[in-house]
Design a protein around this ligand. Sequence first.
Ligand code: G4P
Length: 280
Amino acid sequence: MHFQWYPGHMTKARRMMQEDIKLIDVVIELVDARIPLSSKNPEIDELAKNKSRVILLNKYDLADDKHTEKWKKYFEEQGYFVTLVNSKAGNGVRKVNDVIQQACKEKIERDRRKGILNRPIRAMVVGIPNVGKSTFINSFAGKAATKTGNKPGVTKGKQWIKINKNVELLDTPGILWPKFEDQTVGLRLAFIGAIREEILNILELSIELIKFLQEHYPSSLTAKYSIEGSDDAVQTLSQIAERRGCKIKGGELDLNKAATLLMDDFRNGRIGNFTIEFSS
Ligand code: G4P
């Protein structure tokens, strides 16, 4: 399978982020808990050097808990402040404020020594498309949050959301692009639906997913679809098609339809909670 990317967008997004990062103290980076490395772009390390760093393992509701804990430790060992969130349901979102305070502790103390008290921490959210940035910002900001509007000394047009007396958040997130050179990364992004469908072959993708699940979560498909299963991925897909009545005129199995159904079930957590990329 081949994935393509769009350099024009990337350059623009990067430039905008470079400007925004100058205004902030802490970068809140969202990654997908199912593929924490493939949904991360290492370029952010260069862009955000000298900033405090928070990583949110978002969509943890869809990932495998024991692996999510391992990923949390993995990133903490690298010096990040890490927490788990389900932005959609709001779980873990309130804790983010504490994590921001911890990440900015040194800065707060430096301010205090200079006699600057209670200057709010400025934060921005970054992440690849579809990782949940808007959902998180809405949940974190909540109803009570007020937009502070333009401020002197701040680039015109920038909106800050006052989260509480200690934290202000830039209302537009920074968009990072996944690192596409590696086809495994592309495949993992495709599994979770972070790549636009029209550039993918859904049948091939579903076969790869079946192979992955058979290796790492062997009974997940047989349990979900009440099928016998097979070592052969195409056979397994055929069984799913049969079971779910995916047929074309004349009664032949419609494997494309079964593939679409499978991917949809998988992406929405209806087969189970899976981590696709492991930290070890
Ligand atoms: P973005 O700004 O980074 O591009 O992502 P966005 O917030 O638009 O979220 C992309 C999709 O991911 C949305 O689903 C959103 O509901 C879902 N999402 C975000 N955070 C979480 C999470 O923690 N858990 C789960 N399970 N899903 C999450 P959608 O399919 O586009 O819309 P909808 O199904 O919510 O209507």
